[in-house]
Design a protein around this ligand. Structure first.
Ligand code: CTP
Ligand code: MG
Length: 243
């Protein structure tokens, strides 16, 4: 079954601080989005990448992708065996993913959704997700064990106020979820057509349909660049790879 990846890259990156949209910020001198697209194109199973660009940045992103194709390489819209499409995004991640799904040609039966903000995910993680969907799971998420103990609190109305603890879930049973998340296409399209709540990952929409979601091992280098310290870590990981 041909596999496509939707890369939501339309966010502004408020938590990273002022500057260009997060996906276009440089990492080792190259925009984060380009790293993310390369990470997907590195998997032999991926034949199409749909980039969901900042709402007014689709033309800029298209030029950027063409500029990073191999010199003298394939025509516009392709990096060799991986084709790409660019569509403008929406005001929430969920809306951006849906706009990416709407642009998918009919032949793609498996869809991965990967955050542009996870530029360093290893190809083995991508392949593991694709393999699990091919083996029949309708929804697959890569995830890692937690380092910190997690507490559920009653959020305070005012920032900085003490917050009462409600519960402490057993850490050994918790997982921090990453991307790419992989889906049977029809299942993901149905989830996006049905679930309207605010959610922070695609798999939770499939859970809300009552379908099974499975976890496969993620990777520590698939962390999300969210705050300024994450950018420091990402630069260090990249520098270590280039040694
Ligand atoms: N995203 C998107 N469209 C949006 C919001 C987010 O495509 N309207 C994408 C981001 O570009 C990112 C991914 O969803 O690749 C994960 O979101 P997050 O890390 O929260 O990025 P931002 O929303 O850009 O960051 P922040 O929440 O700090 O503003
Ligand atoms: Mg966000």
């Amino acid at each position: 079954t041909p596999t496509a990846v939707v890369i939501p890259a339309a966010g502004r990156g408020v938590r990273l601080g002022p500057g260009a949209p997060k996906a276009l910020r440089a990492l080792g001198g190259t925009p984060m989005l380009i790293h993310a697209v390369r990470a997907m194109a590195a998997s032999r199973g991926v034949s199409l990448v749909v980039v969901v660009a900042p709402p007014d940045g689709a033309d800029e992103v298209k030029s950027l992708l063409d500029a990073h194709a191999l010199p003298g390489g394939p025509p516009s819209g392709s990096w060799g065996r991986t084709d790409f499409l660019v569509v403008p995004g929406g005001s929430t991640r969920q809306e951006s993913v849906r706009l990416g799904l709407d642009a998918l040609p009919p032949e793609y039966g498996i869809v991965l959704v990967h955050d542009a903000a996870r530029p360093l995910v290893p190809v083995d993680t991508v392949d593991a997700v694709i393999d699990a969907v091919r083996e029949g799971a309708p929804a697959v998420v890569p995830a890692v064990p937690l380092a910190d103990t997690v507490k559920q609190v009653e959020p305070a109305g005012t920032p900085g106020e003490p917050e009462p603890v409600v519960a402490t879930p057993e850490r050994a049973r918790l997982r921090a979820v990453q991307t790419p998340q992989g889906f049977d296409r029809a299942t993901l399209v149905r989830a996006h057509g049905t679930v309207t709540d605010d959610v922070t990952d695609d798999a939770s929409m499939v859970e809300q349909l009552g379908l099974e979601v499975v976890v496969v091992p993620g990777h520590e280098e698939a962390f999300k660049v969210t705050r300024p310290l994450d950018l420091v870590l990402a630069e260090a990981v990249l520098a270590r790879r280039r040694l």
